[in-house]
Design a protein around this ligand. Sequence first.
Ligand code: ADP
Length: 251
Amino acid sequence: MVVFDKVLKQFGSNVVLDHLDFMVRRGERVALIGPSGSGKTTILRLLMTLEEANEGVIWVDGEPLTHQIKGNKLTKASQSHLRRVRTKIGMVFQQFNLFPNMTVLENITEAQIHVLKRPKSEAVERARELLRTVGLADKENAHPTTLSGGQQQRVAIARALAMDPDILLLDEVTSALDPELVADVLGVLRMIAETTNITMLLVTHEMGFARDVADRVLVFDKGKIVEEGTPEQIFTNPQMNRTRTFLKAVL
Ligand code: ADP
């Protein structure tokens, strides 16, 4: 579903991803962990085409993300190609990023109507179904600012899922929440992981969440994968010193 093929990303002289190779299978849940600044968020931002790689190719569902194949050459993708590939990917951010001037329901229907061109009635029906899933059926007319952080994050999850993405990217989705609100959000994500086949890439400092949800854990340091394995392997029997040091600091 996702392939990073020798992806180099640098900001000025700062090499953030150092010729990175990895692959995520369809339906797989992969947790990206590692110290702050190791390049995890940049991976998600590249997938959202919010950043562009300096070298290498990122493949999503068999297609190059920012390029098109013409003959046997890769050329820069057109905006319409990018828009189409982007609809396969949903992202939930640390800071929710809801539209403050819209109601909860409008937040969830907006892109369904304007990007997917769904009829409004269908978009509303899907939004209501997802609001029930995230436990906020009674909040459809509320404005985001009147909701708790945990509720806003659950709306953001519903909004991402409303686009029926093949891939869901989760960037530190509980970091901005008060501790007592974290459990609700993680509970919703666990349920989504259990009841759907959506491919997930999650950047998280919540090792319990990574352990519960992930099929595989990639440990990053300085733009490289230093170790990978099942949660069981990584959390109970890490092989690399850098993994042990990191886990000691966060657990
Ligand atoms: P992580 O998610 O692992 O904390 P990031 O991917 O956010 O790491 O950042 C990796 C490195 O890239 C950091 O050194 C950060 O300062 C740098 N970086 C990220 N975004 C930018 C940007 N837009 N401009 C310059 N440097 C950036």
